[in-house]
Write a protein that binds this ligand. Structure first.
Ligand SMILES: Nc1ncnc2c1ncn2[C@@H]1O[C@H](COP(=O)(O)OP(=O)(O)OP(=O)(O)O)[C@@H](O)[C@H]1O
Length: 250
C-alpha cells in the first residue's frame, strides 16, 4: 500500500505505542509539547532509530528491508539542527541530494542537474549557489538543506521544525511551498510548534507523552479543549477565514 506508516511504535525513549500513516499527496503536521516524542517519532519513521517494538512500512514494505540508496530515493529527512557539511559550496551541497540516485559511481546526468536546479528554484536558494554553506545565516542554511532534501525528488519528506530559523516571510513561503509540493503528490510530515502553522496542513496529529492524543483535519483537532489540555488554560481558539486561529488570552 502506498504511504509511510508507523505501526505500534514503542520506544525508543518517550514513544508508548504510536500508529501514524502519511499518505502520498498529504501534508500532515505533528504537534505536541516539548519532550512528547515528535523528533523521536520522525527519526523512527526515517529509519534512523529502531523502535523497541512496532515497525515502519514504506510503500507496503518494511522500512528495514530497503537499502540506503533505495530508501533515500523515496524518503528524505531534514533534522531540526542537524550537522551540515563543512567546506562545501551551496550548489555542491544541494547536488549531494542526488546521491541516492547516483550511487557511488554514476556521473550526474541531465535529470540530476534538472532536479538540483528545480530544488534551488523552489527554495529560493539559487542566489547562494557559489557561497560556502558555512557562511550562510541559520535561515538561509535551513533553506539550502531543504533544497538538498528536495533534490532527491523523494515521495515522502519528513521535516523537523522546518520554520524555526526562518523569518516571518520565509516561514510562510515555506508553508505555502509545502502545500504546493503536497499538491504535486509529495507526502509531507512536519513537526511544527505553532498551531497556527499546523492549521495550514491537511491533517494534524497531536502527540502527548509519547501517545497520539488526536489526529484529523485542523478544524477537528485544533480545538480549545484539546489545546488547553496541552498548553494550559489561557489558550483560545477562534475561526479566521474558516481556519482555527490559536492565541493566548491575557
Ligand atoms: N538520546 C536520548 N537519550 C535519552 N533520552 C532521550 C534521547 N533523545 C530523546 N530523549 C528523550 O525522549 C523524550 C522525547 O524527546 P523528543 O526529542 O522526541 O521530543 P520532542 O517532542 O521532539 O521535543 P521538542 O519539542 O523539545 O523538540 C524527551 O524526554 C527526551 O529527553
Amino acid at each position: 500500500m502506498a504511504g509511510l506508516e508507523a505501526k505500534g511504535i514503542v520506544g525508543p525513549y518517550a514513544l508508548k505505542g504510536v500508529d501514524l500513516r502519511l499518505a502520498p499527496g498529504e501534508w500532515l503536521a505533528l504537534l505536541g509539547p516539548n519532550g512528547s516524542g515528535k523528533t523521536t517519532l520522525l527519526r523512527v519513521m526515517a529509519g534512523l532509530l529502531r523502535p523497541r517494538a512496532g515497525s515502519v512500512w514504506l510503500e507496503g514494505k518494511p522500512l528495514w528491508a530497503y537499502g540506503t540508496y533505495q530508501r533515500g530515493r523515496l524518503l528524505a529527512y531534514l533534522p531540526q539542527n542537524g550537522p551540515y557539511p563543512e567546506g562545501l559550496l551551496v550548489e555542491e551541497v544541494v547536488r549531494l541530494g542526488r546521491l541516492p540516485h547516483l550511487g557511488l559511481w554514476r556521473r550526474e546526468g541531465k535529470e540530476d542537474l534538472k532536479a538540483v536546479a528545480w530544488a534551488m528554484a523552489v527554495t529560493g536558494t539559487e542566489g547562494f549557489k557559489g557561497r560556502l554553506l558555512s557562511t550562510l545565516s541559520g535561515g538561509e542554511r535551513q533553506r539550502v538543506l531543504l533544497a538538498r532534501a528536495l533534490a532527491a525528488r523523494p515521495r515522502y519528506l519528513l521535516l523537523d521544525e522546518p520554520t524555526t530559523y526562518l523569518d516571518l516571510e520565509h516561514q510562510y513561503a515555506l508553508l505555502l511551498l509545502l502545500k504546493d509540493l503536497a499538491a504535486q503528490g509529495l507526502g509531507i510530515l512536519s513537526v511544527l510548534h505553532d498551531p497556527n502553522q499546523a492549521a495550514l496542513a491537511h491533517r494534524v496529529a497531536v502527540l502527548k507523552e509519547g501517545r497520539l492524543l488526536a489526529q484529523g483535519p485542523p478544524r477537528a483537532v485544533l480545538r480549545e479543549e484539546l489545546l488547553t489540555a496541552l498548553y494550559g488554560p489561557r489558550v483560545r481558539v477562534t475561526l479566521l477565514e474558516g481556519r482555527p486561529h490559536v492565541y493566548l488570552d491575557g
